[in-house]
Design a protein around this ligand. Structure first.
Ligand code: PMP
Length: 360
């Protein structure tokens, strides 16, 4: 059978070892006689699974004690509204940095609640780079500053942490959380949908500093108030139990691999293989500025885009799946999250070389 590599942007590839463990434990978790899917979220078995997942995530990301880790639902989209609802605290303006499609979505949602100042934008060059901190026009009275540290569709990653003084920094880390170490203490809120670098869809992780919890705008629904979830260990309502279990297995896998610093090293290698090849040919190219090329999502194009459909068809037949670029930008995109082995990237580059030989 052809070796399959899955380059989906999300829901995305999971570590083979994790899938195998989940398979082995599917119908009878640790001799309990139950599948994790069948357990009460308030029973001791599941409570231990959730507590261990949280402890492992705290260890991996070195999350300080004055931050809550929330296991929520509703995707990163729900955070687009939970963030302003919980962080406005009587203020009327917020700062957003616009680096692409996901920033724009977050901005549109925030604009329903307050005045959004676009502190910086890379729209002038079709979102192919990220504005440097020096060009951000921050308002010291803003309730918070929001940015998207990795634009999944555009393939633009910001490798430095913005300085925002006393104004809380909020980040959508959906597509590169756990790809490298981040200094959590620099952030007010970090949020991420799980379905890229954490686990299956259905779980959204929010890491929020204690002092930002508890003053939502009036009328905020109970379920959208961070305090509801912080006060109830994310068990106010039924949490996405199986997704939390799977995320917990991924956290253990990451720890066994040496943690986030080790992940970063291998992610640099993997992305380097692909970008070096893209830069070495006249057949393909990366549209993204070198200093902002995402290590997780690598969009690429061919000079002759009439070949796109053939490339996608042949790559699929070769076992290289889901390489189609997002419909809003076209071209191709290889998402190479933590769970993508280096052999997958090597296989992609080999295929690209042979395609170039045949059609170049
Ligand atoms: N932000 C980013 C950076 C994303 O990549 C995505 C999903 N592709 C979202 C937000 C939206 O996530 P969800 O579908 O989980 O709401």
């Amino acid at each position: 059978m052809t070796q399959i590599y899955n380059f989906s942007a999300g829901p995305a590839v999971l570590p083979q070892e994790v899938l195998a463990q989940a398979r082995d434990e599917l119908v009878n978790w640790h001799g309990s006689g139950m599948s994790v899917m069948e357990m009460s979220h308030r029973g001791k078995e599941f409570m231990s699974i959730a507590a261990e997942a949280e402890a492992d995530l705290r260890e991996l990301m070195a999350i300080p004690a004055n931050y809550k880790v929330l296991f929520l639902q509703g995707g990163a989209h729900n955070q687009f509204s939970m963030v302003p609802m919980n962080l406005l605290r009587g203020k009327k303006t917020v700062d957003y940095v616009n680096t692409g499609i996901w920033s724009e979505k977050a901005i549109a949602e925030a604009a329903r609640y307050c005045d959004v100042n676009i502190a910086a934008s890379s729209e002038d060059r079709n979102f192919t780079y990220a504005p440097t901190q020096g060009s951000w026009k921050l308002n010291p009275d803003a309730a918070y500053v929001h940015y998207t540290s990795n634009e999944t569709i555009g393939g633009v990653e910001i490798f430095w942490t913005p300085e925002t003084g006393n104004v809380p920094l909020v980040v959508d880390m959906s597509s590169h959380i756990l790809s490298r170490p981040f200094d959590v203490s620099k952030f007010g809120v970090i949020y991420a949908g799980a379905q890229k670098n954490i686990g299956p869809a259905g779980l959204t992780i929010v890491i929020v500093r204690d002092d930002l919890i508890g003053e939502p705008v009036s009328g905020t629904p109970t379920m959208l108030d961070y305090k509801t979830h912080a006060d109830n260990d994310s068990m106010y309502n039924t949490p996405p139990t199986y997704a939390i279990y799977m995320a917990g297995l991924v956290f253990k896998w990451l720890k066994a691999k040496g943690g986030l610093a080790a992940m970063e090293k291998i992610n640099i290698l993997k992305a380097g293989l692909l970008y070096d090849y893209l830069d070495s040919t006249g057949f393909y190219y990366s549209p993204i500025a070198k200093e902002n090329r995402s290590r997780m999502n690598v969009p690429f194009r061919m000079k002759n885009d009439a070949l796109d459909a053939t490339f996608l068809e042949e790559s699929k037949n070769h076992g290289l799946l889901q390489l189609k670029g997002h419909k809003l930008v076209g071209g191709m995109r290889a998402s190479i999250y933590n769970a993508m082995p280096i052999e997958g990237v090597e296989s992609l580059v080999d295929f690209m070389k042979s395609f170039e030989k045949r059609y170049g």
